[in-house]
Design a protein around this ligand. Structure first.
Ligand SMILES: C[S@@+](CC[C@H](N)C(=O)[O-])C[C@H]1O[C@@H](n2cnc3c(N)ncnc32)[C@H](O)[C@@H]1O
Length: 180
């Protein structure tokens, strides 16, 4: 799908994210790090994510959380305000229970890097999607994920990363290497 918003750096992830709802056996549980008016409604949109039963969205800014909640009146959304560092809360979750983890958190590059490094250490099975992946420090932080597909259709890149073997991507491709 060609989203006009692809030219908006804040929305450039929608193109790739809109293609992932049916991946593997269908994305059922989403963990979103960094709530917003783009990704949160997309995960709740049954046209793109028809199998979703729960979106757990972690947000550090309570005022922003109220805005996103108002925009997304949906019982499947669990929007949780958590002070940074986010990893302290992530330690309480079973990350493998999420089919997809979307990383778009924080107002701070350094904190985002810590989150990416943490996920690299602990994730085993989830598909992890990183926004803003054109930044080399984010790429370096994600080294523990051996498999990546990097979407460069927008200057603001988005990457899918995972461990383990090949996955079916849009039912067409079987990938187990870095594709750029
Ligand atoms: C990159 S944004 C997350 C965007 C979200 N994933 C989306 O696609 O809509 C990262 C953080 O910036 C903050 N943020 C984003 N837009 C904001 C705004 N308009 N006002 C205040 N904070 C904002 C929020 O704390 C958010 O978690």
């Amino acid at each position: 799908m060609d989203f006009p918003l692809i030219h908006d750096a804040y929305a450039s992830h929608l193109c790739l994210l809109s293609e992932l709802g049916g991946i593997r056996d269908g994305v059922k549980r989403v963990l979103e790090l960094g709530s917003g008016i783009y990704s949160t409604p997309l995960f709740l949109n049954k046209e793109f994510y028809p199998y979703v039963i729960e979106v757990v969205s972690i947000e550090h800014n309570p005022d922003w959380a109220d805005i996103v909640r108002a925009k997304c009146p949906d019982d499947r959304l669990k929007l949780i305000v958590v002070p940074e560092p986010t990893e302290t809360y992530l330690e309480t979750l079973d990350l493998d229970s999420f089919d997809l983890i979307f990383v778009d958190n924080s107002d701070s590059f350094e904190r985002r890097i810590k989150t990416i490094e943490y996920l690299g250490r602990v994730c085993t099975d989830s598909l992890v999607v990183f926004h803003d992946f054109q930044f080399e420090p984010y790429q370096e932080s994600a080294m523990d994920f051996p498999n990546k597909i990097i979407d460069k259709r927008s200057p603001t890149h988005t990457a899918i990363a995972w461990k383990g073997g090949p996955i079916n991507f849009r039912g067409e491709l079987c990938l187990n290497k870095v594709i750029e």
